[in-house]
Design a binder for this molecule. Structure first.
Ligand code: GLA
Length: 724
């Protein structure tokens, strides 16, 4: 691993990958390569550009045109007509700066991003960072580009800083985290599209001419498009082809753009959505973009996922719980919804304790006057009538049963029917012109206001300090409308969406530092804000409000492209399933949920004696194997989007143990035999499966024979142990 600057070329590399940037004679930063390892000195930019209808800056040298050359952080409006990486507006209305290389620095380690979540290192020899300073002297504009390579990862972390050195304020209209120009070729991409209760479905498309991409304008990363792009050469598969994973560490409005030009090159960008974005920079001020991680694999998608899983598990998630076994929980939401008595909760806790569970989570409905979703958000004090006494008493009773206690909050919200609204009607987000819009009967607090952030920190701190609460579910149940803050002047309203997210990050940083041993789980109606930004503060996330086992096959498959199993909360719920009324066997519901941070979300006190035995077995199996699930290398074996079956596996780093999951998504009579080809085993090892010994190479090249007569919801988990 290293970074070199030789013959005007920067080379960021390890044994597998190379990222090469040239400083041209004209002092432009030209992108030469990102992909498999190369000799940087042998790379050259195109010298003979077709000059018809191009623009250029030097009459003596019209063949040097930025309109066709690949660039690192392109400016717009001068000689490049493709999408610019950033856009500004000066007080005179000028908007066509041209950045030129000025200087560079190569440092050990990885600098933090001010106020933003980012990949981190724990000591400086783990990583190297290249910082390139570019500027346009006439505009008084400087841009610093950051590139970090971390030992052992085939990925580059990028972000930029935009600095106003001019005497007057400038308006930043667009500030992408990165831009990357791919050479002429045929490309495809996968994105994670969805909806509430149907998150992260994969959709594969060819990259066509013109602009395409996806974005969020919902104030959060959203259910509809996760901030992740898998971009690859045509025909790439799980294990074949050049592929790039692009993951934006940001929880607000995002935009991913692919622009294929007349010459078949493709420009890819990701960053904050320029939609209603306008950030005013005073003289001397710097704007820091969110970080983007770009992973490369020359062997298809699987390796991209491995890079993200390990990087995010160990260099993005933080704190006490990062490496700890996640407790098996019972959540009362689908068991009782908001309509419960203390007695109902105790009955569920008794059953959970008897089954060997480890954490009891009290979901929505414990505070204010909240018996349904129309009231009380913001009134974070326990409803002692409903709980039959103070919250701390309930917590002790739960603890006495050998269970940790966890609590649900939705801190960013306010109900119009609440004490908080009576006291602070001006704290919710609304414009001066129109009545506010609602989502789930609620409004959003204006986190750009310091007094609102202070209120949230104080009121949550009080509750977390006064009872033994060891887990918090942090929910956020609507999209943002009426983006406006009465605390911002007119010419700063375009900062609102981003300042909201900065405010949220500040609150989360404060609370997670203040309560370092509390396990925080993110949630937004399931996966509505399931992004890498949130993982920096909360090491797990409620994957989806859809707990149906079959639906979860799709959602968890899509999630697995980028998010590690340890971050995906998965629960067994009752049948018929509450979201889509399907009934799946308890074994299947357990097997699908035992693919992440595991739990139950049903009334355990109502289980039959056979179900009790089965759940006890599931709990014991998970406890014995959760380390493999949390930390093993994950392989997708059968894709439920195209197959009647789903299969996946986790293999320990020493390749001696594996868990293989097999699920019949849709049974068919007189079914075919399946030779399930395993992955990631050691071809020199022999493995024992249920008393029979197989060689690793047989299991990978021939497969494990499954010839059972199928039935709907049939599933099993195989455990493999190396025996030689
Ligand atoms: C959201 C969450 C659910 C539950 C409810 C409570 O929908 O995703 O898990 O907590 O809120 O209102």
């Amino acid at each position: 691993m290293g970074i070199e600057f030789l013959n005007n070329k920067f080379h960021i590399f390890n044994n597998d990958i190379s990222y090469v940037i040239e400083v041209s004679e004209q002092n432009d930063l030209l992108h030469l390569h990102f992909g498999a390892s190369v000799e940087a000195n042998n790379l050259f930019h195109q010298k003979n550009i077709n000059t018809e209808f191009t623009s250029y800056s030097d009459e003596e040298n019209p063949k040097y045109s930025l309109s066709a050359l690949p660039q690192e952080y392109p400016s717009g409006g001068a000689s490049d007509f493709r999408a610019p990486a950033y856009q500004i507006l000066t007080k005179d209305g000028c908007h066509t700066p041209e950045l030129k290389f000025k200087s560079y620095e190569i440092i050990n380690g990885k600098p933090k991003l001010e106020g933003l979540p980012a990949v981190y290192t724990e000591n400086d020899n783990e990583a190297q960072t290249l910082i390139i300073l570019t500027e346009d002297i006439n505009y008084g504009l400087q841009v610093k580009l950051y590139y970090t390579i971390i030992n052992g990862y085939n990925a580059i972390c990028r972000h930029s800083e935009i600095i106003n050195n001019s005497d007057s304020p400038i308006h930043l209209k667009n500030a992408q985290s990165f831009s990357l120009d791919f050479p002429a070729g045929n490309y495809e991409y996968i994105h994670l599209e969805g909806a509430w209760a149907r998150e992260k479905h994969i959709e594969r498309n060819a990259v066509h001419k013109g602009s395409q991409g996806f974005e969020s304008r919902r104030g959060a990363s959203g259910h509809i498009e996760n901030p992740f792009l898998l971009f690859f050469e045509q025909g790439a598969t799980e294990d074949y082809g050049n592929a790039y994973g692009i993951s934006l560490i940001y929880s607000g409005n995002h935009k991913f753009l692919m622009e294929r030009e007349y010459n078949e090159t493709v420009r890819v960008q990701a960053g904050i959505n320029p939609f209603e974005f306008d950030f005013k920079l005073e003289h001397g001020q710097t704007f820091t973009t969110p970080e983007v991680v770009i992973a490369f694999s020359e062997n298809g998608f699987s390796k991209i996922s491995h890079t993200f899983h390990k990087l995010y598990r160990t260099h993005l998630c933080r704190g006490y719980w990062r490496d700890k076994a996640r407790p098996i929980l019972i959540n009362n939401w689908e068991a009782t919804y908001a309509d419960f008595t203390k007695n109902d909760l105790i009955k569920i806790a008794d059953a959970a304790s008897n089954l060997g569970l480890e954490l009891f989570v009290l979901d929505d409905g414990w505070f204010g006057e909240r018996n349904d979703d129309t009231t009380s958000l913001g009134d974070w004090f326990a409803n002692e009538k409903k709980l039959n006494g103070p919250l701390s008493d309930l917590v002790s009773e739960i603890n006495k049963r050998g269970l940790k206690f966890g609590l649900w909050f939705e801190p960013e919200m306010i109900s119009l029917k609440s004490e908080l609204y009576k006291a602070h009607p001006d704290w919710l987000i609304k414009t001066p012109y129109s009545k506010e819009h609602y989502g789930r009967h609620q409004c959003i607090l204006d986190l750009t206001k310091p007094e609102v952030r202070g209120y949230i920190v104080n009121i949550l701190s009080n509750i977390l300090s006064n009872a033994n609460i060891e887990y918090v579910k942090w929910d956020m149940n609507r999209n943002m409308t009426d983006a406006y803050s009465s605390s911002l002047p007119a010419d700063r309203q375009g900062e609102f969406y981003h300042r909201y997210i900065l405010g949220l990050y500040e609150i989360l940083e404060t609370l997670t530092q203040k309560f370092p041993k509390v396990l925080f789980e993110g949630c937004s109606g399931g996966g509505g804000r399931n992004d890498p930004g949130m993982l920096y503060y909360m090491p797990q996330n409620w994957t989806s409000d859809d707990t149906d086992a079959t639906e979860r096959l799709f959602i968890q498959y899509g999630s697995s492209l980028v998010y590690p199993a340890s971050t995906m909360a998965c629960h067994v719920s009752a049948v018929p399933n509450h979201q889509i009324k399907r009934s799946s066997p308890l074994s299947m519901r357990g097997n699908v949920a035992m693919s992440g941070a595991f739990g139950y979300e049903l009334d355990l006190s109502k289980l039959s004696s056979e179900e009790i035995d089965e759940v006890k077995n599931q709990v014991e199996f998970y406890k014995n194997n959760r380390d493999i699930i949390m930390n093993g290398t994950f392989y997708r074996l059968l894709n439920p989007f195209v197959s009647r079956h789903a299969a996946w596996s986790y293999v320990t780093e020493d390749e001696k143990t594996a868990l293989v999951y097999y699920i019949v998504k849709q049974a068919r009579p007189t079914n075919e035999a399946v030779y399930l080809k395993l992955k990631g085993l050691n071809s020199n090892y022999n493995y024992e499966i249920n008393g029979t010994v197989y060689s690793g190479k047989t299991l990978m090249n021939y497969g494990y024979l499954i010839e059972d007569n199928e039935y709907e919801g049939m599933s099993f988990i195989l455990k493999l142990n190396a025996v030689n």
